[in-house]
Design a protein around this ligand. Structure first.
Ligand code: CTP
Ligand code: MG
Length: 229
């Protein structure tokens, strides 16, 4: 099987989570989020990770990552997620065909989700995203007015997203040249004219964003190891 490389973006500051230090170094169940994320990717079949870290904390990340069960290297990220992804992609070894882009802030993505994404790229898809039905009713607000969106047609998008490396790199360069700002990589590929393939995501691939998500992460880690507190 050819190698699958993951770009794991961990260079954000975690403003919405608050607290001390970068979000990806926050401890859950005895290990930093970024180490859990690498373990989850390894379990799903990823063979190497490029971890994108904040310039000022690179040494701290490298120390934390020494415990990760996946070979890796670090590179320095940028001010926006899109810049961090591009920095990571440019560090992926030439000749790699399949690349996953994953948020370090999604520490517990189940292995079958990672495998589904990889399998779809292997089967020939250029861009693959794991998605979930939306549970809340969603309204689109414009100024003073709002309209309800048809929930059954909506999907929440998770990571890891999977790509043909050449397609994703070219798409990111095209987006950069056009000044497109996107919050995920499939959007970047779509902008460059590539179709996006959907596979089933999982609630446990949730993103640690706000303080309540840390409580959920701790509870999930405890339930997986059978430890009750
Ligand atoms: N990320 C990154 N580089 C950035 C911004 C974000 O690598 N300049 C990464 C984060 O580290 C995270 C992922 O992108 O793993 C998803 O972003 P998000 O959840 O928004 O994390 P933060 O940007 O760190 O959090 P916040 O938006 O609350 O500041
Ligand atoms: Mg952010």
């Amino acid at each position: 099987m050819p190698n699958v490389v993951a770009v794991v973006v961990a260079a954000g500051s975690g403003t919405r989570l608050g607290g001390e230090g970068p979000k990806a170094l926050r401890d859950v169940a005895g290990a930093p989020l970024v180490v859990h994320a690498l373990a989850a990717l390894a379990a799903g079949g990823v063979s190497f990770a490029v971890v994108v870290v904040p310039a000022l904390r690179r040494t701290d990340f490298e120390r934390a990552l020494a415990a990760a069960p996946l070979p890796h290297r670090t590179v320095v990220g940028g001010a926006e997620r899109q810049q961090s992804v591009l920095a990571g992609l440019e560090a992926v070894a030439a000749g790699t065909r399949i690349v996953l882009v994953h948020d370090a802030a999604r520490p517990f993505v189940p292995a079958p989700v990672v495998q589904r994404v990889i399998d779809a790229v292997r089967a020939g898809a250029d861009a693959v995203i794991p998605v979930l039905p939306v549970v809340d009713t969603v309204r689109q607000v414009t100024g003073e007015t709002s309209v309800v969106l048809e929930r059954t047609s909506l999907r929440a998008v998770q990571t890891p997203q999977g790509f043909n490396l050449d397609v994703l790199l070219a798409s990111h360069h095209a987006a950069l040249a056009a000044g497109l700002a996107a919050t995920d990589d499939a959007r970047v590929c779509e902008f460059a004219g590539h179709p996006v393939t959907l596979v089933e995501g999982h609630r446990e691939a949730f993103k640690v964003t706000e303080p309540i998500d840390l409580a959920l992460a701790e509870a999930l880690a405890a339930s997986r190891t059978g430890v009750s507190r």
